[in-house]
Write a protein that binds this ligand. Structure first.
Ligand code: GDP
Ligand code: MN
Length: 383
């Protein structure tokens, strides 16, 4: 899960990581009032879930009172990488003596947590990693290191970012606090770009990006409450509320599958036979027919869907319940595309019998189902 910069900075402050405070504004008037309370100069920063806001005109330093309202209005009118700006962070402007890059992340490829640093900050780190990889510093952290950060190794790393001993010490403190935040809140990334040396000799987080592990949110209700419904895919949230796992993709074959592993295998099989899945959808292990109805509604919201492939392995989920759910859904709403069904496992006979004589196309195997669905999608899905 992504959170906004202002929310990430609140977490930083709770953990003692120095970051400028500020206020959130949703209108130019609110921005003016906030700027008056904070005192000029201020920075107005678009709060959207993407990086590169500065380049897109979403971060502006304002020194004159008369400029606050027009600048706020301009930023609130922006759409950055498809995301409309609805909120601004109004924050005191800092003097930047030096900018570096610092992050702690879960590196899935090598299955390790690591600090990543670069003495040249404020720039796009991906570009640096590609063009001058020797500038990227890395410090691996074992589980024991995360519990009890080894100060000497942190210091050696910090000194490559800020050679001045006092500044390196401040950076070590920040790193130790980042390690604690990372562990306690189940983060997958904490990125500070730039981490700056300000005019008062303080090392401060000027920007903050925090990614949290969705699978751990159940133990962090405080973090879950930070979710910005405006910034997330509405359908994916709807699905979650109904107990379905749903990810929208850009293909033409709508998929309804029970079990995440089988859903992945179904998408792979569709691809293998030349088709393209329109979504990932796991209806879960329950046999609640209402979930099937909800799943149909989600899939059919997508105008690209030309055909639906239902792939059910009935273990705990009984095939006849799923079949009943499909029939219920077809009574409740018109499904204007062909439906290919592969039902196998518990009560498959009963399930298939229920579906006889309906608009559904039965498939014996997943391969057959994927082949039929791919053909139907290619011909525009006409029944
Ligand atoms: P991003 O572009 O989305 O990564 O947004 P950042 O928060 O990193 O801001 C982009 C750039 O704006 C920074 O690298 C700074 O150069 C500049 N900037 C942001 N805040 C301040 C500030 O308080 N003072 C000054 N002088 N520049 C700032
Ligand atoms: Mn940044």
């Amino acid at each position: 899960m992504k959170i906004h910069e202002y929310q990430a900075k609140e977490l930083f402050q709770a953990y003692g990581i120095p970051a400028p405070g500020g206020e959130v504004a949703t209108t130019p008037e609110e921005a003016v009032a906030a700027a008056e309370r904070i005192g000029l100069p201020v920075v107005l920063k678009a709060q959207v879930h993407v990086g590169g806001r500065g380049k897109a005109g979403g971060v502006k330093v304002v020194t004159a009172a008369s400029e606050v309202a027009p600048t706020a209005e301009a930023i609130l009118g922006l759409t950055i990488k498809d995301l409309p700006v609805r909120k601004l962070l109004v924050t005191p402007a800092s003097t930047i003596e030096k900018e570096v890059y610092l992050s702690i992340l879960l590196d899935r490829e090598v299955r390790k947590v690591a600090f990543i640093g670069c003495a040249v900050g404020g720039v796009d780190i991906e570009t640096t990693a590609k063009e001058t990889p020797e500038q990227i510093l890395r410090l691996d952290m074992s589980a024991a290191d995360l519990q009890n950060p080894p100060r000497d190794r942190l210091h050696a790393f910090a000194q490559d970012l800020f050679p001045d001993p006092g500044q390196a010490d401040q950076t070590v403190e920040i790193m130790a606090k980042m390690a604690r935040l990372f562990t306690e809140k189940d983060c997958s990334l904490i990125e500070i770009n730039p981490l700056i040396l300000d005019g008062d000799g303080q090392v401060v987080a000027l920007d903050a990006k925090v990614l949290l592990d969705d699978n751990a949110l159940f133990r962090h209700p405080d973090i879950d409450a930070l979710r910005d419904m405006d910034s997330e895919d509405g359908d994916e949230l709807d699905a979650k509320a109904q107990g379905l796992s749903f990810i929208r993709l850009d293909g033409t074959i709508g998929c309804m599958v029970n079990g995440a592993g089988l859903a992945m295998a179904t998408m792979d099989t569709i691809k293998h036979f030349g088709g393209s899945p329109a979504n990932f959808l796991d209806v879960g292990g329950s046999s609640d027919p209402r979930k099937v109805v909800a799943a149909f509604n989600l899939i059919l919201k997508d105008p690209n869907v030309k055909v639906i492939l239902i792939n059910i392995f009935g273990g705990i989920t009984r095939c006849d319940d799923i079949a009943q759910g499909i029939l219920d859904a077809l009574e409740q709403r018109d499904v204007p595309v062909p439906i290919v069904v592969r039902l196998i496992g518990t009560n498959e006979e009963e399930g298939r019998r229920l579906l006889e004589g309906t608009q559904l196309t039965p498939a014996e195997t997943l391969e057959q189902g994927a082949t039929i669905a791919t053909k139907l999608a290619a011909t525009g899905g006409t029944k």
